[in-house]
Design a protein around this ligand. Structure first.
Ligand SMILES: Nc1ncnc2c1ncn2[C@@H]1O[C@H](COP(=O)(O)OP(=O)(O)OP(=O)(O)O)[C@@H](O)[C@H]1O
Length: 307
């Protein structure tokens, strides 16, 4: 795993660009790729998301954190078209995404990863990759599975899939069922699959959940590589060590709202953020220094990766 200095150029650029941004909820960014205004999502009487204004800086790694039930996943789903808000506007590269279905959002350059579902676990690694090329659209599912229906485009997709599998060191697993892989390898596959559409922005859903510490550095390296290649990364994560390690900027949600924003160290010492976590996790141990954050993931399951 290369030292962090390998990632100097783009990281420094992202940190420098964000140095001028104010550390407060909804602060404007010098070069926002995503702008969100007044998004709300209610489930019956519960308001899961109520975000007044958020901007995501292009080319940076932004973490979205918050206690369980804060609305992070719902917010992810809204941005990528997998769920629709009750009210609100949001744009990607200046184009409104309101009402745009997920496969079109993906083709516009914004993809999100998904934890491997049961159905996808029963497909091989290469089949999963081919499905990634469909821009997360179900329609091409059968074509992706039956080579005799391939077009020249689909051959290109297979070449791209093989390149990505090699980059993520999953080429030896090409014909294995995805469900047979370790937790860490699944996370690598989720990321590789998202890259099939050549996105500008990648949204990662708990990239460290269920990953053995032995594979942690490799995964972190791949995420930093996305930034090095000029992509924007937004990720939801409970592992605060990881958030500290790779984020250029942190957005904190609490009860559906954005309650804090700023660089990792600033945000994690913000009393409002500590209160939000302690409020949601009365039983969470404080560290020796009195911080609310431990390296334990409060919500994620145990480590299952045996790689
Ligand atoms: N489809 C749904 N129907 C009803 N309530 C929902 C639905 N999806 C989410 N919620 C509720 O909305 C709130 C926000 O949930 P969400 O999963 O977005 O939070 P989160 O911050 O991602 O939590 P976690 O860290 O535990 O994954 C929770 O109270 C949840 O129970």
């Amino acid at each position: 795993m290369p030292a962090d200095t390998t990632y100097g150029s783009r990281k420094e650029a992202a940190v420098a660009a964000l140095a001028g941004a104010e550390n407060r909820p909804g602060s404007p960014k010098p070069d926002a790729i995503v702008v969100v205004d007044g998004i709300t999502r209610r489930f019956g009487g519960l308001t899961a998301v109520n975000v007044e204004h958020v901007e995501i800086q292009r080319g940076a790694i932004t973490a979205l954190i918050g206690p369980n039930g804060a609305g992070k996943t719902t917010f992810f789903n809204l941005l990528t078209g997998f769920d629709q808000p009750n009210e609100g506007e949001w744009s990607f590269n200046g184009t409104s995404l309101k009402g745009v279905p997920p496969h079109k959002v993906a083709r516009m350059g914004m993809v999100r990863t998904f934890q491997l579902t049961k159905a996808l676990s029963k497909l091989t690694v290469i089949e999963n990759m081919r499905l990634g090329a469909t821009g997360q659209k179900g329609e091409s599912f059968f074509r992706a599975l039956f080579p005799f229906l391939w077009s020249a485009q689909e051959k290109k997709n297979t070449e791209r899939a093989d390149e990505l599998l090699a980059r993520f060191k999953l080429d030896a697993k090409r014909e294995d069922f995805a469900g047979e892989m370790s937790g860490g390898q699944r996370k690598l596959l989720e990321m590789a699959r998202a890259l099939m559409v050549g996105p500008e922005m990648v949204m990662l859903d708990e990239p460290m959940a269920g990953v053995n510490p032995a594979l942690t550095q490799s995964l972190l390296g791949h995420i930093k590589d996305l930034r090095e290649q000029g992509m924007t990364v937004l990720f939801v994560e409970h592992d605060m060590d990881m958030v500290r390690d790779i984020s250029d900027w942190v957005i904190v949600m609490g009860q559906g709202q954005v309650i804090a924003e700023g660089p990792p160290d600033t945000v994690m010492s913000d009393p409002a953020v500590i209160d939000a976590y302690l409020g949601a996790h009365h039983d969470q141990a404080l560290t020796d220094s009195g911080e609310a954050f431990t390296s334990e993931a409060p919500a994620s399951g145990g480590t299952e990766d045996q790689a």
